[in-house]
Structures are given as structure tokens and as C-alpha cells.
Write a protein that binds this ligand. Structure first.
Ligand SMILES: NC(=O)c1ccc[n+]([C@@H]2O[C@H](COP(=O)([O-])OP(=O)(O)OC[C@H]3O[C@@H](n4cnc5c(N)ncnc54)[C@H](O)[C@@H]3O)[C@@H](O)[C@H]2O)c1
Length: 414
């Protein structure tokens, strides 16, 4: 069977996971035929790693690239704000799309994508890698098998530590116009998991959110403005140095801003209440300045309760300034307690590599042979992409207006 021809647009650090999967791990089913970006140096850095370099295209030549290189599938790994333009253009040119999360950043661009899918009968896959984490699969399987009965309510808390969390305030994400804010950029993962686990769709959302820790004023208030423990040193990693420091002369993109410098327009502390169509209630909290990183999930049902605690990083020393500073310690605990029974621990293995082992499993499913079984329904489409975003969009609207927001007010998804 002929190999599918892939082009990757947006050649930053995340692109590497897709480039490697297409050009190396799944070279029997896939062929990488082009790279596209606004920054030539970054494209060349990816090419240096390939056994056979591929043609590179400036972003302005995207459509020409599709024809010249007979591209079957476009992989979108650009800055979030530009996802919609590439998704729509690729669909209108009759190509399939694989896009990184968040599928897009606001309601008008989500509508544009839905319209393009419908008019072209298009095919969009959103790379929700968190679904492929074996622990998350186990939760999905337990809940779908009725381990807690009908779901009444869910409590979900996600903590980003002061190393990883600060990263969103150092880069383009700090400007809401680029990322939609963490309720969109980051929580799209979490709201997707929740939609998938609960097996329902969000109906009504109420939220509070604020910038409490990062940003210029908070830095002064809490005494962190010039605190070295928030610095990163890109030069410690040859790959990141080439990708960002050596590419800076072209576009001025700084990967290592001080999170307490002016210009932050996103929140770092968010509380969200969601009512699902099934009747289930959710309380959700995202904190981006925690001493440890991980999450806690609690699901209450008619037959019992499920609890999950995952510690991805138990503390930040503030001494190691490399971007991927050694993850200190992590573990996971999953349990189910049926009503009138003792708690039962469910064995899970905690894998530190690539988002809990999820990345490798996802690219195998995505770029491996077609027709692989997917009994848990992990593969996510444009519809899942929009549904996960709608909670974040509605939460943003609720923060602005101070009132609960019905998701159908924003976008009526058939
Ligand atoms: N699923 C995950 O776990 C995960 C992890 C990291 C990043 N991501 C996603 O991957 C995407 C890229 O993130 P990243 O960390 O690699 O960012 P990055 O800043 O390293 O890379 C973004 C790239 O997009 C390019 N770009 C900017 N404007 C462009 C335009 N108009 N046209 C074409 N290219 C343009 C930049 O030059 C850069 O090379 C984001 O959408 C992010 O949300 C997902």
C-alpha cells in the first residue's frame, strides 16, 4: 500500500514528536514530504536530524506546498492562534488534518473549522495525547463498565508547578490572543478527558479566574520579580539552543522571558463549575504556581466512588535551570470503593516518558497501520476538539460577565 504523504506546519519543539513518528518510527506507513514555518532556521534544525532532509516552505507558500509535494495529510503544530487558518486551508484543498490541541482559540475560529469540515466532508484528528495515558484509559474503562454506577459528580484539580507552570508565562502563551489563556490552551486536555470519562457533553458553565501569581504587579507584590529560581537556561540543551536561541534573529521569538515581565494577559488560577447534559456536576480547578505538579480526580456515582492521584513531580528545587530539569519524583494511585464495601486499590504503572507514556502510544495509533482497534474510543475528531473547547470558551465568557453561560449560546453543535 502507498505510504501517506505528510507535511508538518509549525516546526517548534512539539513538532519533533510528530516528525520523528512520521519519518522514523512509522516510515513503513508514512512519508514526511515537507516542513513549513515562518522561521527558516527552525525548519533547518529539524532537517538536520533527518536521515533524508525534506523541502522547507515559508508559511506564505503553504498552498503551493500542498500541490508541489502532493501532501495527503497536514500536521498542524504552530502557535495556537494560527491553527484555524491551516486547518481550514488544508480541508478546502481536500487534505486530511492532524492538529495539536487546542484545535483553536476562540468561538469564531471554531465555527470556521466546523463549516470547513462540513463543506468538504473533511477529516480532522485532534491529538489529545492524554487519552492514551494507560492510567486515563483505565479510568475510562472502569467508568464505562459501571464501576461507580451512574456518575453523579466529579471533582478534578490540576496543579502545574513553578517550573512547568511558569513556562506558559515565559512564552507566546502569556498573550491570550495567542493561546486563548490556560482555560483553553491547557484545560482543553482536561475538559476533553472529562467529556470522555463522564461520557457526556457540557451544558452550563460558571467560572472565576484571575492572574494571582505571575505578571509584573504580582511579581512585585510577592517579591519574585528578579528571582533566579524562575529562570531557564536554553543554552544547557543543544537542541533547544538551536531551535530558539539560534533562530531568534529571524523573528525575535523569546522562549525564556521572565514570567514577571509586563505583558501577561492570561490567568494562572481558575475555578470552573460545569453541568453536563447527563446531569453530572463538575468542580474543576487549575493552578499554575504550585510547589508540586500533578492532579486529583474524584468521581462519585450511584454505586460508589473512584479516586485518582497522580504526582508527576513532587517538588521544584529552583536550582536546575534547564527546561526539562529532572523530574524529581512521581507516582500514581487509583482506587474504587463500592458502597458498603472496603476500598480496592487498582494497580497502575506510572510511566515518566512522554506524558505518562501517552505520546508513543498516540503516535503509534495515529501514524501506524490503518484499521487498528480502538475499543475505548481514544481517537478524537473535530467534534471532540470543539466540545473540549466549549467548556473553556464558556468559562472565559463567565469570568467576563459574572454569570453562568449555556454552552449552546456560544455554538450550537448538532
Ligand atoms: N499535546 C501536547 O502535549 C502538547 C505539548 C506541547 C505543545 N503542544 C501544542 O503544539 C503546538 C506547538 O507548541 P510548541 O511548544 O512546539 O511551540 P513552539 O513555539 O516551540 O513552536 C511553534 C512554531 O510555530 C511557528 N509559527 C508561528 N507562527 C506561524 C505561522 N503563522 N505559520 C507557521 N508557523 C508559525 C513558530 O515559528 C514555531 O516554530 C501548540 O499548539 C501547543 O499547544 C501540545
Amino acid at each position: 500500500m502507498a505510504r501517506r504523504r505528510y507535511a508538518v506546519v509549525g516546526t517548534g519543539s512539539r513538532a519533533q514528536r510528530h516528525v520523528h513518528a512520521i519519518a522514523v518510527e512509522h516510515a513503513d506507513t508514512c512519508e514526511l514530504v515537507a516542513l513549513c514555518d515562518v522561521n527558516r532556521t527552525r525548519m533547518n534544525v529539524h532537517n538536520e536530524r533527518l536521515a533524508e532532509p525534506v523541502p522547507t516552505y515559508d508559511a506564505a507558500d503553504f498552498l503551493g506546498m500542498l500541490d508541489e509535494q502532493r501532501v495527503d495529510v497536514v500536521v498542524v503544530t504552530t502557535v495556537d492562534r494560527h491553527h484555524d487558518a491551516y486547518i481550514v486551508a488544508a480541508l478546502d484543498a481536500g487534505r486530511d488534518v492532524v492538529t495539536e490541541k487546542p484545535m483553536t482559540t476562540d468561538v469564531p475560529s471554531a465555527r470556521k473549522i466546523l463549516d470547513a469540515v462540513h463543506r468538504n466532508d473533511g477529516n480532522v484528528t485532534v491529538t489529545f495525547n492524554y487519552r492514551y495515558n494507560p492510567i486515563h484509559e483505565k479510568v475510562r474503562a472502569l467508568l464505562a463498565d459501571g464501576a461507580v454506577g451512574e456518575i453523579g459528580s466529579v471533582h478534578f484539580e490540576w496543579l502545574l508547578d513553578t517550573r512547568h507552570g511558569a513556562d506558559y508565562f515565559r512564552r507566546w502563551h502569556r498573550d491570550k490572543a495567542n493561546s486563548g489563556g490556560l482555560m483553553v490552551h491547557k484545560a482543553t486536555h482536561h475538559f476533553d478527558l472529562l467529556n470522555w470519562w463522564v461520557g457526556s457533553v457540557p451544558e452550563t458553565v460558571y467560572a472565576h479566574g484571575r492572574l494571582f501569581f505571575y505578571g509584573e504587579e504580582n511579581g512585585k507584590r510577592h517579591g519574585y520579580t528578579h528571582d533566579k529560581r524562575f529562570d531557564i537556561d536554553l543554552e544547557q540543551d543543544d537542541w533547544l539552543k538551536k531551535l530558539y536561541v539560534d533562530a531568534r534573529h529571524e523573528d525575535g521569538y523569546r522562549r525564556d522571558q521572565n514570567p514577571f515581565e509586563p505583558g501577561v494577559s492570561i490567568e494562572d488560577d481558575m475555578s470552573v463549575l460545569v453541568r453536563y447534559a447527563s446531569g453530572a456536576n463538575l468542580t474543576y480547578h487549575l493552578t499554575a504556581y504550585s510547589p508540586w505538579e500533578g492532579y486529583r480526580l474524584m468521581v462519585n456515582g450511584s454505586k460508589g466512588r473512584l479516586e485518582l492521584e497522580v504526582v508527576e513531580n513532587s517538588w521544584v528545587s529552583g536550582q536546575d535551570l534547564s527546561v526539562d530539569a529532572g523530574r524529581e519524583q512521581g507516582w500514581a494511585k487509583l482506587s474504587v470503593q463500592r458502597l458498603f464495601e472496603q476500598r480496592v486499590d487498582v494497580p497502575v504503572e506510572y510511566d515518566r516518558a512522554g506524558h505518562g507514556g501517552a505520546d508513543r502510544r498516540m503516535v503509534d495509533a495515529l501514524y501506524g497501520p490503518t484499521g487498528q482497534e480502538d475499543p475505548l474510543g481514544r481517537k478524537a475528531t473535530h467534534r471532540d476538539g470543539v466540545l473540549s473547547l466549549l467548556t473553556g470558551f464558556a468559562a472565559g465568557r463567565s469570568v467576563e460577565t459574572g454569570r453562568p453561560v449555556r454552552v449552546a449560546e456560544l455554538l450550537d453543535l448538532p
